[in-house]
Write a protein that binds this ligand. Structure first.
Ligand code: SF4
Length: 319
């Protein structure tokens, strides 16, 4: 983390996103408030469909919230007009899981990295210097700049995706499952690269992942989501070694563990099927699966509150 790690870079308040579908209203993100500190890596974890990618896109305003606000660097992102937002976007970028999806396969690597620079009218001479600096920082050989994405491996393509995301020298980078499509050995290289770049460029990351082993490697704080809500948010060590929310405990039980019997016991605790985001349970959204649920859990929604050095949304936190 950078020395400025305690300054808040981004603050989201009561963010909500609902999608209307043929089956009803999907409550993708419900009343989420969080801050991201300058220079830190905040990991957003949860199972598929918990709303973590939607939340990442809401923070960048790549999708419009149903309600709630996002303030970054003193600017209310959610209030910006179209052109103001376009200009502000250079401060916040997204790295995708599959860089191929965000890259035009007919463009050379040089053009792909230069595209955002062109969009912001960076003079041609400066563009060249920035591109050479980025390829050096991301470990792309300069002679590869005239090649095409299909000539690259998955790991190399992700390096191109990272170089492109950093071209405008952003402050906040949302990394959405950036290594989950890569082989394990390439995952480690890419995570090391992201870490080095954070140190060199003073970047702040929101790191979205379903993989707690990856998150453990790269994060400073961890935010656990279940069905559009935050369950637990705090320093990585607290979340990993002393989870207080039953869902966090379950999620950790699904990661590789030296004593598989122990993890299996925790997995077996889970009851019922995953509830639907179209019709979430009353009270605590985890209650239909939670082995510790009591009457109060159905009657009253647990708010996030300070528990033992982290925030936890549970009426009966684990001890
Ligand atoms: Fe389980 Fe109740 Fe806590 Fe929800 S509030 S996680 S149902 S104990």
């Amino acid at each position: 983390m950078s020395i400025e790690q305690n300054a808040t870079l981004l603050e989201a308040a009561h963010l909500t996103k609902e999608f209307r579908t043929a089956h009803g209203v999907v409550h993708a993100v419900s009343d989420v408030s969080l801050t991201i500190q300058r220079g830190e890596t905040l990991a957003l974890v949860g199972e598929s469909g918990c709303g973590k990618s939607t939340l990442g896109r809401l923070l960048l305003r790549l999708i419009e919230p149903t309600s709630g606000t996002v303030v970054m660097d003193g600017t209310e992102v959610t209030a910006l007009k179209r052109e103001e937002l376009r200009k502000f976007r250079r401060k916040m970028q997204l790295i995708f899981q599959d860089p191929y999806s965000s890259i035009d396969p007919r463009m050379t690597i040089r053009k792909i990295i230069a595209e955002p620079l062109k969009a912001f009218s960076v003079p041609k001479k400066e563009q060249e210097a920035i591109i050479l600096d980025l390829v050096e920082k991301t470990g792309i050989r300069p002679e590869y700049l005239e090649r095409y994405p299909h000539q690259f491996s998955g790991g190399q393509r992700q390096r191109v995706g990272i170089a492109r995301a950093l071209a405008l020298n952003p402050e906040l980078v949302v990394c959405d499952e950036p290594v989950s499509a890569l082989d394990v050995s390439i995952q480690a290289q890419t995570l090391n690269l992201l870490h080095d770049l954070q140190q060199k460029m003073g970047l702040t990351y929101l790191f979205i992942s379903h993989d707690l082993a990856v998150v453990n490697y790269i994060s400073d704080r961890v935010c656990v989501m279940f069905l559009g809500k935050i369950c637990e948010l705090g320093p990585k060590e607290q979340i990993y070694f002393h989870p207080r929310h039953p869902y966090t405990k379950f999620l950790l039980s699904a990661t590789p563990e030296p004593d598989p019997r122990k993890r299996k016991e925790d997995q077996d605790l889970l009851m019922g099927d995953l509830p639907s985001p179209v019709n979430p349970p009353s009270g605590c959204r985890f209650r239909t699966q939670c082995p510790y649920a009591r009457e109060l859990c159905a009657a009253e929604e647990p708010g996030l509150r300070e528990v033992d050095g982290r925030q936890c949304a549970c009426h009966f936190p684990l001890v």
